[in-house]
Design a protein around this ligand. Structure first.
Ligand SMILES: [Zn+2]
Length: 169
């Protein structure tokens, strides 16, 4: 079976999901916590935003975060793939594999599959931001592979300012 190229779309969903629990001004927030906000998030990413979908998205997110942080083994994601099948389909462009999931599991499964494809094609490039007070993740696609912060503008500059402060104190 051919490896699936990582679609930018599903990688974006994966990163957005990992980053749906940011710490803002020292307070932990959760974009999927309340039903209205969660529904909006899911719909923006192609889901229906129903309670079953949101529950599974939260579970997928928390497990993915633990796996990316190295706090849980990748096999912790296995339950999320239960009942998922791949169906071969002949199209005008040739053979294509369609992933079949229960409807409410589609987004969570897409995130897990995007994570697996990222690990295979960009191993070690998905990581937590190096800022201890930040809860975000980044995918480093650069050749140098030295990105440490979710954003240079926010966490990168904060780290630089801290080093400067420590040097000049
Ligand atoms: Zn950060």
């Amino acid at each position: 079976m051919d490896a699936h190229p990582i679609g930018t779309h599903s990688t974006d969903t994966l990163l957005d999901l990992l980053n749906s629990r940011p710490r803002v001004d020292g307070e932990d927030q959760d974009a999927l916590a309340d039903p209205a906000g969660g529904r909006r998030w899911a719909r923006e990413h192609g889901g229906d935003g129903g309670p079953a979908e949101l529950a599974l998205l939260r579970e997928a997110r928390d497990t993915l975060q633990a796996v990316v942080r190295g706090e849980a083994p990748p096999t912790a994601l296995s339950p999320l793939l239960e009942g998922v099948r791949q169906i071969p389909e002949l199209t005008a462009d040739g053979l294509r594999w369609r992933v079949e999931t229960p409807p409410h599991a589609r987004l969570a499964v897409a995130a897990v599959l995007a994570w697996a494809a990222t690990e295979e094609q960009l191993p070690g490039r998905l990581r937590p931001c190096a800022n201890d007070e930040c809860r975000l993740f980044l995918l480093d696609r650069s050749r140098a592979n030295r990105a440490r912060w979710c954003s240079m503008a926010v966490c990168g500059n904060r780290a630089k300012a801290r080093r400067h402060y420590q040097r000049t104190r």
